[in-house]
Ligand binder design. Sequence first.
Ligand SMILES: [Zn+2]
Length: 276
Amino acid sequence: MRVATVAFVFSLPLVAGPLYAAELPIFDAHVHYSHDAWDNLPPKEAVAILRKAGLKRALVSSSGDEGTQRLVAEAGDLVLPSLRPYRTRGDVATWVRDETVITFLEDRLARQRYAAVGEFHLYGADAELPVPRRMVALARQYGLVLHAHSDADAIERLFRQYPEARILWAHSGFDRPESVRAMLGKHRNLWCDLAFRSDQGAGGKVPAEWRAVFTEFPDRFMVGTDTYTPERWHYIVEHANWSRAWLADLPAPLAERIAYRNADALFAGWTPARSQ
Ligand SMILES: [Zn+2]
């Protein structure tokens, strides 16, 4: 199984990869390396994919934090660690009411350094539950970006709990550009990833409604693949090149911001942990 998977990885059509990579670095702000990805894609091969994609950095979080730590150990220059409140995939549905999640987060935060907490899934009034509230308090204590897969309602509640929070809104909430624009206008510490959506650049063209939001808020967007299942790791290179294609439809300074400068700026204060 492992041999077959690795063979697949290296047989990807990469003709355009090095050319694109030379043109535009990408900061992939939405990568997971969860427990079900480790066996068929060991850390060395995973990092090889990230490098082949021409990524300058990747924000990585994993269900079972060990996956993130394995990638940090393999490529500390490339991997920015984020702490998910999930020990396994199953925690996605139950974490907001599971007090043991807090113990898990406290334990990890005491041992390792992170740039962010998340990606977590949190909707509406669930943001007021004790477990998410405690997670937000920990993010404040450790100065971590919140990477939230949330509706606009939950984002508003997170900012009410922690007005100085820096929130990275996963998938831009899967919201329409006009709604994203309204949220960005209200919250200057809100950033948006464009992971797992294609409406902003299908066919290598940026539609007018997205172009207007990117132009009005050039400092707030970043791209991401979202490897929420192991198979999607094999899409990282293609996603980087697909992103370069639609970014080329924007003025170069704006394209560079969305490709990597905005994410670099958001995480500028973070430096890799000293080896322990
Ligand atoms: Zn995700």
